[in-house]
Ligand binder design. Structure first.
Ligand SMILES: C[S@@+](CC[C@H](N)C(=O)[O-])C[C@H]1O[C@@H](n2cnc3c(N)ncnc32)[C@H](O)[C@@H]1O
Length: 302
């Protein structure tokens, strides 16, 4: 099961683990929701009456749009120029066809671009005639790529195993028709401006401290630390290392792709502010709420 949008820093692979460590509540506020992996998993879990997904970027709004069904016409794989012309105005182009879904850099190197585009168009062009022409183009471009880059054919084939843009599109199409959407409110803004219902629990997944945060560079960690000391609703934070005056409540090792091919292990941790530790354990021992909703619980764990 994949959760949320393809997104840099997505919690897709550990979303059920995160949701397991959030106490049931009438409202969950995913306050830096990014690609909404935790929001998506929380909606399916049946643990929350409502989920508010907020991000400073338009990503939470976009997640809701996709789930409502807006992914028509994105199977045309853009060239580098088309991508740069469209990425800032069209979040779908930005996410689908950027490197690591960072919405900044084009998905493929200049050398690989013509081969990947031809391969994608072999699958997506509307007529047989166009698909056959794309096939001929693909064979020519692959030959050129192998010769001009001195890449062994076996290596070239390995690089062609994935057509990332189309894989991501398939994933977004899978979000369409997401049930329980009426329980989702999507917002765009700074986390400190989100109106917090009195009965909510907050999940905060900030750009991690001392990591290369890519497009989220510039996050003010001191301001976040100060906010944590005064925030009233119970707040569960994702980080690699403890924010000041916070206590770890869970950890889990996960495997991540280091450069698209190799993998490395990292340890994800969850924290709560020190002044909320007792409340956290008390709430976790209370069990689930009776949320007046269908009792069939979705298979949100794999
Ligand atoms: C690590 S990502 C969250 C990933 C998300 N949990 C997911 O699974 O896709 C951090 C997010 O914090 C957001 N962010 C950065 N500064 C913010 C702010 N001041 N207010 C709200 N969101 C902010 C970024 O736009 C980014 O989407």
């Amino acid at each position: 099961m994949k959760y949320g949008l393809p997104y840099q820093g997505s919690k897709n692979s550990i979303a059920p683990w995160v949701v397991d460590h959030l106490p049931a509540a009438p409202v969950l506020v995913d306050i830096m929701a990014g690609g909404c992996a935790v929001t998506h998993c929380a909606l399916l879990s049946g643990k929350f009456g409502r989920v508010i997904a907020n991000d400073i970027s338009d990503s939470a709004l976009f997640f809701k749009e996709v789930a409502e069904g807006s992914m028509r016409g994105y199977a045309h794989v853009p060239t580098r120029e088309e991508f740069h012309a469209a990425k800032d105005d069209d979040p779908a182009i930005g996410l689908l066809y950027s490197f690591a879904s960072n919405r900044k850099n084009y998905l493929w190197s200049r050398a690989l671009e013509p081969v990947k585009i031809a391969a994608s168009r072999m699958l997506t062009s509307p007529s047989l005639h166009e698909r056959r022409r794309a096939w001929l183009q693909f064979v020519r471009e692959l030959d050129k790529y192998v010769k001009t880059t001195n890449t062994p054919p076996s290596k070239a084939i390995e690089r062609l195993q994935r057509l990332q843009g189309l894989e991501r599109l398939e994933r977004l199409e899978g979000l369409e028709g997401l049930e329980r959407l009426e329980r989702l409110n999507a917002l765009q803004g700074d986390y400190q401006q989100v109106p917090l219902p009195h009965d909510c629990v907050i999940y905060a997944d900030p750009p991690y401290k001392d990591t290369k945060c890519g497009s989220y560079d510039g996050f003010d960690h001191n301001r976040f630390t100060q906010w944590l000391q005064t925030v009233e609703p119970l707040t569960i934070i994702s980080e690699y290392t403890a924010p000041p005056d916070c206590t770890q409540i869970a950890e889990r090792t996960k495997t991540v792709k280091a450069n698209g091919y190799a993998t490395t292990k990292t340890t994800e941790r969850l924290f709560v502010p020190n002044h909320q530790v007792e409340t956290y354990y008390a709430r976790m021992s209370e069990g689930t709420l009776d949320l007046d909703q269908p009792k069939e619980i979705m298979p949100w764990h794999d």
